[in-house]
Write a protein that binds this ligand. Structure first.
Ligand SMILES: C[S@@+](CC[C@H](N)C(=O)[O-])C[C@H]1O[C@@H](n2cnc3c(N)ncnc32)[C@H](O)[C@@H]1O
Length: 207
């Protein structure tokens, strides 16, 4: 049998992560509490954010998670950097599996709420309410609408593009997310305006 050359598989790569990782890191550095140790990332995507944040927040244990099909790519990023504080992905598919998060101090999720369907946004918030301990913070990064209005024309176009792929996708109303979180025992801590028409929302579980 003929030998095959070893082909190095390309890691998945998202240009958006390259653009936003620095500004997100600067918020994490400011907003993480001294006692925060374990972060669960929901929807780790390519794994780029996890290794960048893990490298720059060495005191944090960064637990990745995503749907199963993304695990190979996330592991490629983790294996390459050989960081002991970035953990291989847990399988958490909102709507299909349960999240294991009772020992987590912070949940972080970037650019996921507009990708999952509206019923899955409800499901995610319910899962977090049922599984997180009191005092855990939840941080959502991404675009939001306020009082039904987009914060930019490009976000309005992005929303149309998302709905064209799947009508259940779309940029979420800040007020709706805030109300759902409130109803499930979370208090809004901060809403930070980020570059490129994004927000960084921080909630805390109070019961
Ligand atoms: C736009 S990507 C964002 C990825 C990454 N957080 C980033 O900022 O580049 C959306 C992510 O949501 C994940 N996702 C979609 N449906 C999901 C579900 N039902 N449960 C968990 N994650 C899901 C996708 O696999 C993908 O990683």
């Amino acid at each position: 049998m003929n030998k095959k050359p070893a082909i190095k598989k390309e890691k998945p790569f998202a240009p958006a992560c390259e653009r936003n990782q620095e500004v997100i890191l600067s918020i994490l550095q400011k907003k993480l509490r001294k006692t925060d140790r374990r972060i669960l990332e929901i929807g780790s995507g390519t794994g780029q954010h996890a290794v960048y944040f893990g490298l720059n927040l060495p005191h944090i244990i960064w637990q990745t998670s995503d749907v199963k099909e993304n695990h190979v790519g996330i592991n490629m990023w983790i294996d390459e950097v050989k960081l002991t504080n970035v953990l291989p992905p847990m399988e958490y598919e909102i709507g299909s599996s349960q999240v294991s998060a009772s020992n987590i101090d912070v949940v972080f999720s970037a650019n996921t709420l507009h990708i999952i369907s509206e019923p899955l946004v409800y499901q995610l918030i319910q899962d977090l309410a049922e599984n997180l301990k009191a005092g855990t913070r939840v941080m959502f990064y991404g675009p939001f609408k306020y009082q039904g209005k987009f914060t930019s024309e490009s976000n309005a176009d992005f929303d149309l593009w998302l709905k064209d792929i799947d009508p259940l996708r779309g940029i979420r109303d800040f007020e709706e997310v805030n109300n759902l979180m409130k109803a499930q025992g979370f208090t809004m801590v901060e809403d930070i305006v980020m570059p490129a028409n994004n927000q960084f929302l921080v909630f805390e579980k109070h019961k």
